[in-house]
Design a binder for this molecule. Structure first.
Ligand SMILES: C[S@@+](CC[C@H](N)C(=O)[O-])C[C@H]1O[C@@H](n2cnc3c(N)ncnc32)[C@H](O)[C@@H]1O
Length: 269
């Protein structure tokens, strides 16, 4: 995968799978909303809102006097978000790097939950977030730490190192950050960092096919997209063996770590 993931591989099936398996992103997303401390009446922008599950929670927190907009480049995910919204929040197609229809200094909070590692020009995305935030307003993101990868990615990398032709298959996201680079990115955009930590989450998957579907739907089809169906079947068979040490009576138990980074735009700048 190049550093710009394809936005052309999404499908109705991947949207359904994400709605089922992306509950994991939802759970850490709720923690991000807690850290950001959303208040009644606030205006919130969810960048990379996906199918809108977390956007719905943001709308519940700011209640009727607040305003929530979700943006995502994938039309099928935006469609699902709109079905979910039932008028309680807005959603439309858009990208983090060009929030052109969003007015300056409008929002109290901008957040990106499990999104920034997909964005090729992260500095531009943060400049846009800065533009649309009011002075004193907050920004936050969660992202996969490069220095503490997901158990699944460690297992897959080990499998892929042994197969040179699989190396470009795309395991995880192409623009991962470290905790240090997350803070630097925010500071370079002019923000004052308020929170920057790594939290760990235990994921349980009943079946290896759920592990693969989770990765495929979370990556909107980019995961293993360069492999043939025969190669993918081989990856699956080898993954079953490689994941054996992670198996318990409940299923495959995998640890996922996430950076939680928040900051605010200074009042005077
Ligand atoms: C793992 S999903 C996370 C979705 C949602 N934030 C959640 O917590 O469930 C990653 C999302 O990032 C979006 N995305 C990818 N590139 C993006 C970009 N350049 N700007 C905004 N969103 C992007 C994808 O379309 C996808 O919906």
């Amino acid at each position: 995968m190049s550093n710009a993931p394809s936005l052309e591989l999404d499908s109705a099936t991947l949207v359904e799978e994400y709605d089922r398996l992306g509950i994991r992103q939802f759970h850490h997303g709720l923690q991000l909303l807690d850290v950001l401390g959303l208040r009644e009446g606030e205006r919130v922008l969810d960048v990379g809102c996906g199918t809108g599950r977390l956007t719905e929670s943001a709308a519940q927190r700011v209640r009727a006097h607040g305003e929530v907009l979700g943006l995502d480049p994938l039309p099928l995910r935006v469609q699902r978000a709109l079905e979910r919204a039932q008028g309680r929040f807005a959603a439309r197609v858009g990208r983090a790097e060009t929030l052109e229809t969003v007015p300056d200094a409008h929002y109290d909070v901008v957040y990106l939950n499990s999104v920034i590692h997909w964005i090729p020009d992260q500095a531009q995305a943060l400049r846009e977030a800065w533009r649309v935030l009011k002075p004193g307003a907050r920004i936050g993101f969660t992202t996969m730490p490069e220095e503490a990868p997901h158990d699944l990615h460690v297992v897959l990398q080990a499998l892929f190192t042994r197969e040179p032709e699989w190396r470009s298959a795309g395991v995880g996201a192409p623009n991962k950050l470290t905790r240090e680079r997350s803070a630097a990115l925010l500071r370079d955009a002019g923000f004052e960092v308020t929170h920057n930590e790594i939290r760990a989450f235990g994921d349980t998957f009943e079946h290896v096919d759920d592990v693969l579907a989770f990765s495929q739907s979370s990556s909107f089809g980019n995961f293993l997209s360069s492999l043939t169906p025969e190669d993918i079947a081989l990856v699956r068979a080898r993954l079953v063996k490689a994941l054996e040490p992670h198996r318990s009576a409940r299923g495959y138990e995998l640890t996922r770590r996430m950076i939680f980074a928040t900051a605010h735009k200074p009042l005077a700048h």
